[in-house]
Design a protein around this ligand. Structure first.
Ligand code: GTR
Length: 332
């Protein structure tokens, strides 16, 4: 009979020892956290989370670590968020644009032309407002996520396969892919284009096959995710300065000790600052690379018509953030 089986008894004995004899708990188990990013190896967000993993391994003697799944191996950002919510992965590095539909408080950062510059955005995410919004993610049990850190993603610009955009009128009738968030569809429509919401994993082929005429993103995404191979016109509209966010699965978080939680939070904050250094370098590299590849880069000397056009988006979505917007604008 089964209880006579030596191997089985040995296993039961070991289990009993693990549970009682050494005082071990789930918190002492070796764990390799799964992390997801849509960008490839070497991209600042990927690098920063991988380095965070190395520090975590060093600090815990190899008990905790991070396994990075880059280049959309686990799907797009909507999928990453859903997997983190159920504990199928632990760390999702996504855009605040993609998380807005799950955590409405974050949508304040998705208002076009909210931040005066990336410098302004960095001051906001580094300060008390940044912490308050991370806490909003963590403290709302429905999100099933812990907000760990922010990351830079520069300013987003419009690019397309058809023609140079030199003024707002040139956007008329262009089908432009935006992130899966109704705010951005409204924003693109308000700017005169036709906003098409789509996961990041589909953008390259949509540009290639003409399902969309253009998209909008920061220089590193445009270049290092290869969209510049199909879209030849890039215009510095800088209509959105949306930070990235690193979230952790609450399902896993709750099984960790307070010490491990504090360590992960500390290392995530370090990742936020490390990514910023990497970001600035990669942004310059992306600009140089797109110019070398013959992309026509246009500037918009006067942004006023763009800012005026998105007023309906502010009226529709901005009202509920009244006080917070004032505080964000007051950050110098
Ligand atoms: C990038 C961002 C990604 C993703 C992508 C998009 O700038 O880093 O997280 O959100 O934009 O447009 O979907």
């Amino acid at each position: 009979m089964i209880y006579r089986n030596g191997a089985f008894r040995l296993a039961m004995g070991a289990l009993l020892l693990a549970l009682t004899g050494t005082g071990a708990t789930a918190a002492d188990q070796k764990m390799m956290f799964k992390a997801s990013d849509v960008h490839p190896e070497g991209y600042p967000t990927v690098q920063a989370v991988e380095d965070m993993g190395k520090k975590l391994e060093a600090a815990t003697g190899g008990r905790l670590g991070i396994q990075m799944y880059a280049s959309m191996q686990l799907g797009g950002e909507k999928e990453a968020i859903e997997q983190a919510q159920v504990g199928a992965l632990q760390l999702a590095r996504v855009s605040v644009g993609a998380l807005g539909p799950v955590v409405d408080e974050l949508n304040v950062f998705n208002l076009p032309f909210l931040f005066r510059s990336t410098d302004h955005m960095e001051k906001v995410i580094d300060g008390p407002i940044g912490q308050e919004l991370l806490d909003k993610v963590s403290n709302n049990p429905n999100t099933r996520l812990i907000g760990l850190a922010w990351m830079d993603a520069g300013a987003r610009n419009v690019y397309d396969t058809k023609k140079p955009i030199k003024s707002i009128d040139d956007l008329k009738g262009l089908k432009v892919r935006v992130m899966g968030n109704p705010m951005f569809v409204d924003m693109m429509n308000a700017l005169g284009g036709n906003g098409v919401a789509m996961g990041y994993d589909q953008v390259f082929s949509a540009l290639q096959t003409g399902v969309v005429d253009g998209a909008e993103n920061n220089p590193p995404s445009f270049v290092f995710d290869n969209h510049y191979q199909v879209a030849k016109y890039y215009t510095l509209t800088e209509h959105l300065i949306v930070p990235e966010i690193l979230v952790f699965s609450r399902a896993t978080w709750d099984s960790l000790s307070k010490e491990d939680q504090a360590l992960i939070k500390k290392l995530a904050r370090e990742a936020q600052l490390e990514e910023r250094q990497l970001w600035k370098k990669v942004e310059d590299e992306a600009m140089a690379k797109m110019k070398a590849a013959g992309i026509e880069v246009d500037t918009v000397p006067d942004k006023t018509p763009f800012q005026a056009a998105v007023k309906p988006v502010w009226d529709k979505y901005g009202a509920k953030y009244g006080e917070l917007i004032k505080r964000i604008q007051a950050v110098n």
